[in-house]
Write a protein that binds this ligand. Structure first.
Ligand code: HEM
Length: 374
């Protein structure tokens, strides 16, 4: 067959009747296009909704994506729920070991075995998003694992600059809660954090890549007096700002003094996690951290690839339905120092790597506002 020719696959009259009779069903499988890239053939299917995907099994997800956007993310916002949906994917999936003996990984156990997993200290504040997600999850009919990891990919896509995360479909229901003490805490040492990531199959470089997530993150429970306190000054954009701001000299605590897991922050209204800071300064990770500063492309590529591993920990035989994930708006940069800050305020921990030249935002030093709805 010529690569560019399009044709219709016929699956007999019963499927044709189903296609035209019940629009909600997965329908006429039309091979709308056949593309040849690097010798690989990609088939495409047009769903009843008009969406195009590589696998007919993904068609049922498009209406669910709209539903999740509407019922969970206020019509497609990069707000508190989107941030928390990403955090939830991590807390769900990381309960896994490549050596066995821990949980089922990216299986949604955190959503349905919440009575157990929400007791874990590291899951402080997670109850907000599990209780927001639960009724929407029930409406969709997805398995808990598919729901948690689809919602995480969609929520992330709502943030300008984010990569379009993959979504693999078909996780079976979880069989048991994950055990406690699998989720790193901000009070942990770099050695303990890297050991936990390694046990789940991630290198130090991938651990840093995953921490790109903290560019759309805020803390509710590190200091309960200041819920929604962001980790960087651009919490609604998936940019490299967090990698810069964690390196700036700290001078204040944004709320009720020093809390466990918190270290001095450079900006009023901003929270700095101890774990982010020690990882930014440690010889094993400092150069990976610094290399992210103002390198949007590196960050999104490494984050997407590390997330692709995280989202399927412990899973097998999944169908690639990544094309149901919305395409995020672009952010090109460059990023800037927050007002009044410059190169002299950077605590460089990787001197062998040139530090990028960045402009400074004009005006007085900002007070970073909390994330609404926290
Ligand atoms: C060393 C590993 C990590 C530690 C110690 C850590 C710790 C934390 C802490 C303490 C918070 C604030 C919780 C609160 O007070 O409400 C937080 C928020 C967050 N974390 Fe992490 N985290 C780690 C890795 C990750 C990873 C790998 C991801 C995702 C891939 C992630 C995504 C997020 C997000 C998106 C939030 C913000 C949630 C919101 O704003 O509602 N974190 N993290």
């Amino acid at each position: 067959m010529h690569p560019s020719s399009a044709f219709q696959l016929v699956f007999g009259t019963s499927s044709i009747k189903m296609a035209f009779g019940r629009l909600s069903a997965i329908v006429s499988i039309a091979l709308a296009a056949t593309q040849v890239a690097n010798g690989a053939v990609t088939k495409r299917v047009t769903c009843a909704t008009g969406h195009v995907t590589v696998n007919a099994a993904c068609c049922k997800l498009f209406p669910i994506v709209d539903q999740i956007q509407r019922d969970l993310f206020d019509g497609g916002e990069c707000g508190e729920e989107a941030h928390s949906a990403l955090r939830l994917t991590f807390h769900d999936a990381i309960g896994f070991s490549i050596h066995g003996g821990k949980g089922g990984g990216a299986d949604g156990s955190i959503l349905v075995f919440n009575a157990t997993e929400l007791q874990f200290h590291a899951n402080g504040g997670i109850d907000d998003i599990t209780s927001r997600q639960f009724p929407v999850f029930q409406e969709t009919g997805l398995t808990p694992g598919d729901f948690v990891h689809l919602a995480g990919a969609i929520g992330t896509a709502n943030c300008p600059g984010a990569p379009r995360l993959k979504f693999m479909f078909g996780r079976p229901p979880p069989v048991a809660p994950a055990p406690d003490l699998t989720i790193p805490e901000p009070t942990d040492s770099v050695t303990a954090i890297l050991a936990r990531f390694a046990d789940a199959g991630f290198s130090p470089r991938e651990a840093v890549a995953l921490l790109s997530s903290h560019t759309i993150a805020a803390a509710d429970v590190v200091d309960v007096t200041i819920p929604g306190t962001p980790f960087d000054s651009t919490v609604g954009t998936f940019d490299t700002q967090v990698f810069l701001e964690v390196l700036l000299k700290g001078k204040l605590f944004p709320g009720n003094g020093s809390q466990p897991g918190e270290v001095l922050s450079p900006l009023a209204g901003e929270m700095r996690l101890q774990s982010d800071f020690v990882i930014s300064q440690d010889r094993r990770t400092a150069c990976f951290w610094q290399a992210m500063v103002n390198d949007q492309e590196r960050m999104v590529t490494e984050f997407r690839d590390a997330m692709a591993k995280l989202q399927v920990l412990g899973q097998k035989n999944l169908i690639d339905c990544s094309d149901v994930v919305p395409v995020p708006k672009a952010f090109k940069g460059p990023i800037k120092f927050p007002a009044t800050f410059s190169r002299k305020d950077v605590q460089v921990a990787c001197p062998e790597l040139p530090f990028p030249n960045l402009a400074t935002v004009a005006g007085p030093a900002p007070t970073v506002p909390p994330v609404p709805g926290s």
